[in-house]
Each structure stands twice: as C-alpha cells, then as structure tokens.
Design a binder for this molecule. Structure first.
Ligand code: AMP
Length: 392
C-alpha cells in the first residue's frame, strides 16, 4: 500500500475520501467535529504540497436519494474554520457543474462535494459511478477507515480507474497500529474484550485466540461465559443460545495455551439504574433477582495484574455499564491499568472510546481506532474491501 507521503501531488487534482459522518442536531448544526479533525493532517499536508483538493464523504444513510437533512453543506464552516481557508461547496458529487468547478481549481483550493450516498451508485460499488468520480481527479487518497469494511464506489471501484492511489495519514495510522497489534505484535499480547453480547464478538474471539497470550473478558458478555461454566447469573445479561459457543471458545483457548480470564466478582443491583442499590458479590453467589452490571474489586485486581508485563494490549468493549456511575468503576480502573501497563495499547469501538474519554485517559492510550465496525471486522481476521482496493 502506498501512503500519501510517497506520492506527488503538486498541481494535481486530488480526490480525498474522508469520513465526515458528523453528528448533527435537528436544526442542522454540526454537534461534533471529531471526524473532521481526524483528517486535518491529511488535508493540510495535501494543501501544503500544492494539491487541488476535492473532498468527498458520506453522511448518514440516504440510500441513493437526496435527503436535505443529510447534506454535507453544514460541514463547510467546520472544515473552513479548521483549515483556515475558504471551502467551495458543490451541491452534487458528479456531473457537469462539478466537472466545471474542478476544471477551474488552482493549487491549494478546496472543494467539498455533496454526500456521496445521494447517488445510488455509491453503496452499490457501481463501476460507472466510480468512473465519474475518477474522471474528476489524477490522484486518489483514502482516509475513511470507518467505511473500509464496506465496498463502495468511492473506496473500492474508484481505485480501478485512478492511476495513483494512496492512503492518507488517518488510514496509514490505522494500518500501522493494526499491524503492531495483530501482525507482528510485541509479546505478550493481551486482548481485553467486554461489551454487551457474546454473539457480536464470536468471530473476534475465535480469531484472537489464534494470536494472543491472554484474553480478559468483562462486560455483559462475561455472564454468558460464567453461566456456561455452571454459575447462577441471576437476571444478568445472558445469551442462552450462546452457552455451547462460549464453552467451545474456552476449550479452544485451553488447547492453545491462551490464558482466559473471567470475572471472579461482580457489582450487582436489582435494576440497571443509577439510583439502584449496588452490592458486590462473588460470581458464584449472584442472587436470582439481581443483575451483574460491572466487574467487582477482586476482578479489577485480577485483570489489572494480568495486564502487568504485557507488551501489547487490544481493547474492545466496556467492563460494565459504565454509562451509569455505580457501574463505571471497572471500566475506568481497567483503563487506568492499561495506561499504567506501559504496553502499546490499541483501542477500538465507539463505547470503549467514550468510556476512556470519560475516564480522562484518551491521551494515555497509544492508539484509538476511528473505525467501530471496520476495527471489529479487522480483528475478526476479515479482509476489508477498502484496504484491499488500495493494496492492489
Ligand atoms: P458493545 O457495543 O457490545 O461493546 O456493548 C457496549 C454496551 O455494553 C455499553 O453500552 C454497556 O453499557 C453495555 N454493558 C457493559 N456491561 C454490561 C453489563 N454487565 N450488563 C449490561 N450491559 C452491559
């Protein structure tokens, strides 16, 4: 794969695929600029190198139709403020008006195209639509890791029709940290997996077992494993149809000599509310009418100790229902343990990112992935079409 810093952009028309899928309020104001900020290093670099920069993104799921609330127009001001330059917005992403505007561009100009998903060809990875996009540019740069797990015209088919294709800095970081975590990690390598359901994470667990030295399981999904091992788990989240799968995963870990750590105690409450009276109990003694909503103090110590001496840690999924204060300690303290371990830490998944931010520890992590679904599919060992297209 080529990276943006290995190609010539001076005077070239550069098509940059980004993820500006920003949150907006009902009035159409952008309420968070994190995704725009994430591609600013790529944008500034391209401008410094004299590119004529054509930026394209999706926003929401308009399903091939124009949906006024999903226009990228409100992003113009955000982008313009961040790069301290005017940005020309075009109300389509292909067609004669777009071609004419691009033909007039000078070095250092920026155009933001309208939502790619207003065109039916985008989600279908349609070659004809991709050709129209490709006709706008000399160079293609992909910086939209968050959509790499879905083949779309703007991240897959387009690469067939543009002579020079490369990854921007955001995508470069994702690729390089992924390699450090999964391809040639410094060992010991630990994976800490939490969140709600086992069923969402089977593929990931199966793949990780092949690579890691330790697996630490917390969150709601831990209760399915605890039940599979014969514990009463009360009203805790438990997927009855996953019990055999859970046993199979534990067996596989044993065969591979992977240390598989489950909670030994839990914070329980009669209801999942911030006001509920929370207690700590051993996982063997969860009453029938109680819900396990966080890992307990003995588990925090067990898991924190397991992270000591680890050289690389991959973390996805909170250890408990961290959104509610009485059940947030496990996630926050484990975030601290990851930070204290000194290991290279690679974090992914929207909730984990939110939890780490709430704990005030984002800056202590080595890398927080920008892709939720894409990061998980990568950990599952799947090929990501957006990455594969650049590697071709
Ligand atoms: P996921 O998207 O699968 O990573 O799940 C994240 C969600 O799992 C968060 O919203 C947490 O509140 C929730 N969660 C974590 N631990 C538990 C638990 N013990 N019981 C119920 N939900 C949980």
């Amino acid at each position: 794969m080529k990276y943006i810093d290995q190609i010539e952009m001076k005077g070239k028309r550069v098509f940059l695929r980004v993820d500006f899928n920003v949150p907006m309020d009902k009035e159409g104001n952008v309420t968070g600029d994190k995704r725009v900020r994430a591609s600013i290093p790529t944008i500034n670099y391209a401008l410094e190198k004299g590119a004529k920069l054509i930026i394209a993104s999706h926003l929401g799921r308009p399903k091939g139709k124009r949906v006024a609330e999903m226009s990228l127009k409100p992003v113009v001001k955000v982008l313009s403020d961040l790069v301290k330059k005017d940005v020309l917005f075009l109300d389509d992403c292909v067609g004669p008006a777009v071609e004419q505007a691009v033909a007039k561009m000078k070095e250092g100009d920026i155009i933001l195209l309208e939502n790619l998903r207003f065109q039916p060809g985008e989600d279908k990875n349609d070659a004809e639509f991709a050709k129209q996009l490709a006709a706008l540019c000399d160079v293609y740069i992909d910086d939209a890791f968050a959509v790499s797990h879905r083949a779309a015209a703007s991240n897959s088919a387009i690469t067939e029709f543009v002579p020079v294709c490369a990854a921007g800095f955001l995508l470069k970081n994702e690729v390089e940290y992924f390699k450090k975590a999964m391809v040639n990690p410094a060992k010991p390598l630990a994976a800490m997996i939490g969140g709600a359901k086992v069923s969402d994470k089977i593929g990931l667990l199966e793949n990780l077992i092949e690579k890691v030295d330790k697996i630490i399981i917390g969150g709601g999904m831990a209760f399915t494993f605890l039940r599979a091992a014969g514990n009463e788990t009360g009203k805790s989240l438990c997927e009855e149809d996953m019990l055999d799968t859970a046993r199979r995963i534990v067996d596989k870990a044993r065969q591979k000599n992977v240390r598989f750590l489950l909670p030994v105690d839990a914070v329980i409450a009669p209801a999942a509310t911030a006001e509920a009276e929370a207690k700590v109990c051993d996982v063997k003694d969860i009453p029938k009418d109680m819900i396990g909503l966080d890992i307990g103090p003995a588990t925090i110590s067990l898991f924190s100790d397991a992270l000591k001496g680890v050289k690389t840690v991959i973390w996805n999924g909170p250890m408990g229902m961290f959104e509610l204060a009485p059940f947030s300690k496990g996630t926050f303290q484990l975030a601290q343990a990851v930070a204290d371990s000194g290991a290279l830490s690679i974090i992914g998944g929207g909730d984990t990112d939110t939890a780490i931010k709430k704990a005030g520890l984002s800056a202590k992590m080595s890398y927080i992935s920008t892709g939720g679904g894409a990061f998980l599919e990568w950990l599952e060992g799947k090929t990501l079409p957006g990455i594969a297209a650049l590697e071709k």
